[in-house]
Design a protein around this ligand. Sequence first.
Ligand SMILES: NC(=O)c1ccc[n+]([C@@H]2O[C@H](COP(=O)([O-])OP(=O)(O)OC[C@H]3O[C@@H](n4cnc5c(N)ncnc54)[C@H](OP(=O)(O)O)[C@@H]3O)[C@@H](O)[C@H]2O)c1
Length: 328
Amino acid sequence: MKAIWYETPGVAREVLQFGDRVKPEPGPGEVLVRIRASAVNPSDVKKRAGAQPAGFVDGYVIPHSDGAGVIESVGEGVSGDRVGQRVWVYQAQFARHCGTCAQYVTLPSMLAASLPENTGYDIGACLGIPVMTAHRCVFSAGDLSGKNVLVTGASGRVGYYAVQWAKMAGARVIATAGSEERCRVAAKSGADEVLNYRNDHLVRDILGMTDQAGIDHIVEVEFGMNVGTSAAVIKNRGTVSTYSSSLAPEPAIPFYPLMFKNVSVNMVLVYNMPDAAKEQAVEDIHTALEQARLCHRIAGTWSLEETAKAHRAVEGGGMDGCAVIEIE
Ligand SMILES: NC(=O)c1ccc[n+]([C@@H]2O[C@H](COP(=O)([O-])OP(=O)(O)OC[C@H]3O[C@@H](n4cnc5c(N)ncnc54)[C@H](OP(=O)(O)O)[C@@H]3O)[C@@H](O)[C@H]2O)c1
């Protein structure tokens, strides 16, 4: 099969190789998926760059956790009814050698979820990390109907979907983005209000938009950068679900303002969220796709041979949506 792989972490154009690898066979409990689209997420490029060298598996790595395609065969214990099913796959390269950046991948049957007929493989490839993370960050907060939710960085891949889940949950959503242009992008998510997070009067504006009541739940992309604002705008017993703090990886937190409000901070890592939360996310994604209730953005597509270019584009940031590798 045609595939992209790397044998040592490093710069994309130096370490990513394109060529032939042996087509895998599904083991017990696994499915073999003929991949048609593979998405590039920030965690894929961070892993390839060597962000967690201790976690590097020996040998080669076929990158990318998310993808979509068709089940070609199944291993022992998996129903033959699955053969021919269109699927989106997630976590293909979490603690495993071989991800979706190839014509074929084998993985546990649970990680290949049914893809509705109305949804293309390109969109299917973008569901795993962005949409599941957003789902967890919203629904781990319980019933949000009628609540005020703040989604920071709603122009980003995860934030854009977090706004949509929060709206489906019945919340009033205030979103932030980093420029006028990015605010226009974020507004397309369906947020009720969008604010520029670089404004000096962000706290005043957020409180004003809630009639001084404050925010019940925050979905946070840059925890350390925004925790001062969070502490100022959150209600008593408010909650924060955060999935990243890349600009301030060891944040200093305003302990007492948060403590006096009984704030709960929930760290989210999509890869090892509880199985029940994964199953609920898969079910809700399926329903939302069938009902065409999610709005998606593909920022760019590349061929398998061009994967290094897609990695560079994701590393550059500021993309308006997901980066997809189309696989023939
Ligand atoms: N924990 C997990 O399971 C998990 C899952 C998915 C992603 N992640 C991580 O989450 C991060 C974002 O992923 P992504 O795919 O959504 O990336 P992305 O599409 O590049 O989005 C990043 C967003 O962060 C926003 N941002 C930057 N600085 C900000 C600030 N000070 N306040 C508010 N927003 C700010 C950007 O806004 P502007 O562009 O408008 O400035 C942009 O919307 C990455 O580090 C990724 O590795 C973690």
